[in-house]
Design a protein around this ligand. Sequence first.
Ligand SMILES: Nc1nc2c(ncn2[C@@H]2O[C@H](COP(=O)(O)OP(=O)(O)OP(=O)(O)O)[C@@H](O)[C@H]2O)c(=O)[nH]1
Ligand SMILES: [Mg+2]
Length: 325
Amino acid sequence: MIATLSCLAPFSTTVVDRLRSGDARVLAQAISTVENRGAGWSDLLKALFPHTGRARVIGMTGPPGAGKSTLVDQLAKHYRKKGQTVGIIAVDPTSPYTGGAILGDRIRMQDHYSDPGIFIRSMATRGSLGGLARATADAATVLDASGRDLIMIETVGVGQDEVDIVRLADVTIVILVPGMGDDVQTIKAGIMEIADIFVINKSDREGAERVEREIRALQSLVTRHDLWTPPIVKTVASDGMGTEELAEAIANYGAYLKKENLVLKKNVENWQERLVEMLRDALLEKARSQFVDGSVARYAAEVAEHKRDPYTLVEEIVSKMEKSA
Ligand SMILES: Nc1nc2c(ncn2[C@@H]2O[C@H](COP(=O)(O)OP(=O)(O)OP(=O)(O)O)[C@@H](O)[C@H]2O)c(=O)[nH]1
Ligand SMILES: [Mg+2]
């Protein structure tokens, strides 16, 4: 269990300076603080926010076992060779990272750990305050402020939470593999729509062309409002094949957004969603603070037994909140 920064709250510039100087311990503690909403979490984020906005956030999602971690690992190596620093957030990994592809390979694990240019964090905090998307976004903010050039977020693309997380990245990569039963149609429609780049990993297996054809067929039905056509990159992550092409596709998308003057627009859209979510969290927390322990269950019982109507009840709670504001 990593300690939080509560002992250091309220946040002095020293903590921010140490974080920005690349101190990995402070970085890990700062992420724990915002993730668990430990003492001073909001002061910390306020102090860090002016230092954010520089990192590129790459979201990666796809079905379990598609090779996401292996691909993240290859990309991390690629960027490290170019002298860039990397932060990795693995969200709710089905196999914990320590047993998964990146860290399971002891030699590579050693490589990474001896390289302070790569910081890996796994988040398995479903049900955490404010939800997984909130916790991940805040962790990315900390990594961004710490000066990491690239932040990669890996999620298993199964639920809305995961879609919400990667959708807010600067570039979203959807990883598919050959032989997924009924193939691409079975992948959640929401995931297809968020892809800025498609990867067909495990292209060493039979059926990669078929997956490509299916993606193309689905693409022909959708027009994106930014008019970008997501490229399809074939990779064999386990031996590094296609990594260069993927990095190039990532760079191309960034260049396209710049050329079309869409960077700010995309950021504004993302913040519009995040602000609404933050507001919802804050208001919900405030509403919850109106309840003493067990009163929600008591109200629920009263409504279930038709002793009370839920509409009046909610109005009453909201009006109480307004009065206490
Ligand atoms: N044949 C083949 N195997 C691969 C390839 N890429 C990854 N693998 C293997 O597929 C397995 C799963 O890889 P991971 O990188 O852990 O997949 P993941 O998508 O991160 O898995 P979860 O996080 O558990 O959802 C590992 O045994 C990898 O070595 C590939 O391109 N070809
Ligand atoms: Mg993984």
